[in-house]
Design a protein around this ligand. Structure first.
Ligand SMILES: O=P(O)(O)OC[C@H]1O[C@@H](O)[C@H](O)[C@@H](O)[C@@H]1O
Length: 285
């Protein structure tokens, strides 16, 4: 059903980059924050200034992860260790949390000024999943998740939400750990094997794989289909609407002329099933 294997009865959607076009807003805020930090540090230490790369640096170290985890992981990649601080550190504190809070000021400004754009194909998919009786939850690392969901008008289609605030309150580890997706499945009352994970982040598809979920859909918004597959996606699409007209997953066929393909990302064959070693896939229904 809806391009998913027959055993899937629930959908766990990531938010930023899957349902809403906010991954790029996060990325821009991180780029500005890290570059200001790195510039200042270069001046102080006399070391060369090497800016944050919104391509590989964002996707490897920051995308999909909780705010503080992203700061820590990126700075570690540059050999920089800051004191942890606490979540209520002021935005000018040179701590992991302070740097994260600087980015949050920029992000909120952007969201306030420009609002939130959805992906029309994702809204179509959400509506179809609702009509088909699939259970639906959103699972995001973002503490701004509730505001983004509300601004996007997606509340009516989502039965449960796991966000950065809940994760912190309950001590859930962020993606690539599977904890938040497992919490989403639990809220919907389904076993992980019955749930499909929809993710655009490398850390997110890895979390889907680590949690033993029934199907992992990689959503490729930036041309990283191979990396999504390598990190755990069973199938990669560039837009969720591609799944709407597909035969049930698990037939092992390739499809190229997918409906609703994003013209921005039109790069030839975009939907490929992957048969992961050691994973038993149903033949569809
Ligand atoms: O800073 P927030 O809003 O809590 O978001 C945490 C993370 O949320 C994820 O959804 C984004 O991919 C990351 O870029 C972001 O850092």
């Amino acid at each position: 059903m809806l391009g998913l294997p027959a055993h899937v009865t629930a959908c766990l959607f990531d938010l930023d980059g899957v349902l809403t076009q906010t991954a790029r807003v996060h990325n821009a805020a991180w780029t500005e924050t890290f570059n200001a930090f790195l510039r200042q540090r270069a001046t102080a230490t006399g070391e060369p200034y090497r800016p944050f790369d919104p391509g590989p640096d964002y996707h490897r170290y920051v995308d999909g992860r909780p705010r503080a985890d992203g700061v820590r992981a990126f700075l570690a990649s540059r050999g920089i260790v800051l004191p942890e601080g606490t979540p209520d550190d002021p935005p000018d504190a040179d701590t992991v949390n302070g740097v994260g809070n600087r980015k949050n000021v920029l992000l909120r400004e952007q969201l306030r000024t420009n609002g939130v754009d959805v992906y029309p194909g994702s809204v179509r998919y959400l509506k179809a999943a609702t009509a088909a009786g699939l259970r639906r939850a959103v699972v995001t690392a973002s503490a701004n998740g509730p505001a983004v969901i509300a601004a996007a008008g997606l509340e009516p289609y989502l039965e449960a939400r796991v966000d950065g605030l809940l994760a912190r309150a309950e001590g859930l580890r962020g993606k690539p750990h599977p904890d938040t997706f497992l919490a989403g499945a639990k809220l919907l009352g389904v076993a992980p094997a019955q749930a499909a994970v929809f993710e655009d982040a490398l850390a997110g598809v890895a979390a889907g794989r680590a949690g033993g979920f029934g199907y992992v859909v990689g959503v490729d918004r930036v041309g990283q289909a191979d990396e999504l597959r390598a990190h755990g996606a069973d199938v990669v699409v560039t837009d969720l609407a591609e799944l709407l007209d597909r035969e049930p997953a698990g037939l092992g066929r390739e499809s190229t002329g997918a409906a609703g393909r994003s013209s921005r990302l039109d790069r030839g064959p975009v939907v490929r099933d992957r048969k992961p070693a050691g994973r038993d896939r149903e033949a569809g229904a």
